[in-house]
Design a protein around this ligand. Sequence first.
Ligand code: SPV
Ligand code: MG
Length: 491
Amino acid sequence: MNVPTSAAVVSALDRAASERVDSTRSGKLRRMLQSEQLEFLIEAHNGLSARIAREAGFGGIWASGLAISAQFGVRDNNEASWTQVVDMLEFMADASDLPILLDGDTGYGNFNNMRRLVHKLEQRGIAGVCIEDKQFPKTNSFLAGERQPLADIAEFSGKIAAGKDTQTDPNFSIVARVEALIAGWSMDEALRRAEAYRLAGADAILIHSKLSKPDEILIFAREWARRAPLVIVPTRYYSTPTDVFREAGISVVIWANHLVRSAAAAMQSVANEIYQSQTLVNVEDRIASVEEIFRLQDAEEYFIAERLYLSARCATRSAVVLAASRGRGLETVTTDRPKVMLPIAGRPLLRWLVDGFKKENINDITVVGGYCADAIETAGIKLVVNERHASTGELASLACALDALESDTVISYGDLLFRSYVLRDLVDCPADFPVVVDSSPTRDSARATTTAACSAHRYCYSASPARRPRSTTLGRRLRHRTRPRAGGSVC
Ligand code: SPV
Ligand code: MG
């Protein structure tokens, strides 16, 4: 037997530990910052954009202060409170497993606010925070940036140190953002600040510029000489080829506001179009389908979970109504409509059925039409048509509704009326295949009466009560009745 040496055990443990770290969000962000190759973060501002960022293939998210305040409809002046921002981050972290770097403005106050912020961000699975050396409340750097007073270097360094001392996850990253170039200070001042912040414990430096050319960023990068990872935001110098950043030794590029801007442009265009044209026809094909929104929300998972966890009483139930044949004996009143649309006490028979199902929380109702199917009112139901209704029977009609048989399903003839307790007892019955038979005698159906009488006192016959989904059947047709009646026994 091979006994592992202690060195082998230690290195296996190290490997396992580093794999664990790599799989955490904070570990992933840290690796992006320290990676030899150029990495990218894309802005997101809510759960939906966070998911879209992930699906596009990005490795991380910039939770932009500008974009989050914009989606709230407020200015990038700390008008949204920091807890409102953190609440939004929670949605983003739920919607996407990407590491999130929060644009934490100035840390929302002094060193103490920074400590609390780091604590709360760690609790919510946020991978890191970037703070900028301006004063609270800040204003966006592209709005009169040169007039904005910078923070005192020592005070800002203390804020970084306080954040680093607070974090409990060693991979949580604090990025220090130098605003000296934005505020019109010299390159020397920018470098002096960056070095002070590095010494205070910053994991990376974000150097910001508002010029349309990358010149000052490139000078800074050269002078900085990779002392710590460098992060840039090329919003204004966007025409610079990305390889220039690679060659300059930049670690991470942040595409800082492009999802909120694209969303705004799309919404403006569609809102204007709908307002002007007073119709949806011009926009339907150029916007996301409702199904796409459901997919982005992971609606499908809900139904899978529902099948697993929701009690039988609350679970989705469906009904199939077999209403394809014209029926014998009713020819004079069914020249232009099927039996299911005959009025009973002022309402079509189908309405009585649908209302009865809905009362029992059966909302997924499929009607199999055939004869005069066009005359079937489709409100609240799905209509499928048995095209061969004249030559086939109920089984062929039921086959047309196979899609509806996913969950517990009540199968009913289309010419039935029943009191609500009949349906309730039927769906409450734990049997695999309970059947309700109308046990009341009718003038023209001696054979059926015999069958029904036999079964009237047998309740919930079941071979194996626990199996699902199951089907329940409302049976024997009503022939010439015109009013709802009480009939029915569950057997
Ligand atoms: C943000 O995205 O909020 C930023 C980057 O801070 S910038 O708007 O360029 O200042
Ligand atoms: Mg910002």
